[in-house]
Design a protein around this ligand. Structure first.
Ligand code: ADE
Length: 422
């Protein structure tokens, strides 16, 4: 079969997609500054980049930036349900990136698209969930030899990559962009917090005020979701397995308890743990009639959907768009949102552009850093250099019109000295 330059739902949607991309661009000033510099100096000239990301208007602006830097770019989706089809069309038509992504694509097509990106012979990859790295290392080992380094956008991906490094199977260097403060402190917390509730509300139209919301997981994403749910007037319970995180949730003023009892009181359940089967049969059995369950963790494994299906008398798809009713008995139904996939990207449009600005500025600068390093990076999981984080934070503050203090000479010397005490 001839190789296709792209595989998107409908290229004629490009004008609508372009409008959305330019709208997001208004809120991505740091990335725009980097794009301007990249356009002048072409730091990525001739580099083949393969990206597996959520295909959104924010990602489009990152792709434009990589192109402006002189890279050849191919992009596939990191989730079958998060692709914005109009955006995908515009990225191809208006910005010259090879895109392989269709909203609602089957798992088979999802993997075909990963292979299509690898067929473009990338030298640098950018992943959101480590699927490209995993495919390169397991099925495309010849192509893995071309890779200078890969960048990883999400917590789940970094966990997978660290496991590969620990097991000695990592084949090339990776940069944990997720772990940069300019990424997870803002994107995971404020981005996931706002967009997850946006997804729940768009899908269901429920009133959050007075609702009992259960948030499973109190990592950066869970903190954001719990904080925003409380802000909307919900009564929030947090479940955790990590004592430190649980303690933090308690001191942040949340009700903390095991899922076994949270299941009995919750009305909306949101999983953000990164682990599997956080909601399972024993919990579904205890839930109230009408409970809403959804996931904002990277993979669709946090809710045991096969178990939910097995215990249901009837499964009714699309009682509203993206809402499936699982009828457990005559007087009890559980509603699952977006097939248990990321609710913030499936039922809403993902994190707002302003927060993706920092994540993607960090990605773009990390790509430039990798090119500068050439083959000098060791095969390991690397942190983003502190200088990149400082630059992104500084530019974001500038763009927001926020000034901060500077250390006086006397203060700087004080911090450097060990002599001064009581
Ligand atoms: N991950 C979460 N939100 C996103 C967005 N808006 N674009 C790309 N990736 C995302």
């Amino acid at each position: 079969m001839a190789k296709r330059r792209c595989d998107v739902t409908n290229l004629n949607l490009a004008p609508d997609g372009k409008k959305k991309i330019l709208w997001s661009d208004r809120d991505m000033p740091v990335l725009a500054l980097i794009r301007e510099r990249f356009d002048k100096h072409k730091p990525l000239k001739g580099v083949h980049m393969g990206c597996c990301m959520h295909v959104t208007s924010e990602t489009a602006n990152l792709m434009r930036t990589l192109k402006a830097g002189g890279a050849e770019v191919a992009l596939c989706a990191s989730n079958p349900l998060s692709t914005q089809d109009a955006t995908a069309a515009s990225i191809v038509k208006d910005f010259g990136v090879a895109v392989y992504a269709r909203r609602g694509e089957s798992v088979q097509v999802f993997y075909d698209h990963l292979h299509a990106v690898i067929d473009t012979k990338p030298q640098i990859t950018m992943d959101d969930g480590a699927d490209l790295v995993n495919t390169l290392q397991t099925q495309r080992q010849k192509d893995a030899k071309n890779i200078l380094a890969s960048m990883e956008e999400t917590t789940t991906g970094v966990i997978r990559l660290r496991a590969m490094a620990r097991d000695g199977i990592l084949k090339f260097p990776v940069v944990a962009v997720n772990d940069a403060a300019t990424k997870h402190l803002f994107d995971n917390r404020y981005g996931t917090g706002q967009s997850t509730l946006d997804g729940v509300v768009r899908a269901t139209d429920v009133l959050l005020a007075g609702k009992h919301v259960v948030v499973a997981g109190y990592g950066w994403c869970g903190r954001g979701v719990a904080m925003r749910a409380r802000g909307a007037g919900a009564i929030v319970t947090v479940t955790e397995v990590d004592p430190l995180k649980a303690l933090e949730a308690v001191m942040d003023g949340f009700d903390v308890r095991p899922m076994s009892t949270a299941a009995e009181i919750g009305e909306v359940f949101i999983t953000v743990t990164g682990d599997k089967h956080v909601l399972r049969a024993e919990h579904f059995r205890r839930m109230k009639n009408g409970a809403i369950v959804c996931n904002s963790g990277h993979f669709d494994v946090e809710i045991d959907i096969p178990a939910l299906r097995k215990m249901s008398q009837k499964v009714i798809k699309d009682v509203r768009p993206l809402v499936t009713e699982f009828r457990i008995s005559r007087n009890k139904s559980i509603h699952l949102l977006a097939d248990g996939r990321l609710v913030n990207l499936s039922a809403a449009t993902g994190h707002p552009a302003s927060v993706m600005d920092m994540s993607f500025a960090t990605q773009a600068l990390a790509a430039e850093w990798i090119v500068k390093k050439g083959r000098k990076l060791s095969v390991a999981v690397h942190d983003v250099p502190k200088s990149i984080e400082d630059q992104v934070a500084k530019l974001k503050l500038q763009a927001m019109g926020v000034n901060i203090d500077r250390l006086s000479r006397e203060q700087a010397l004080y911090l450097e000295s060990s002599g001064e005490g009581t």
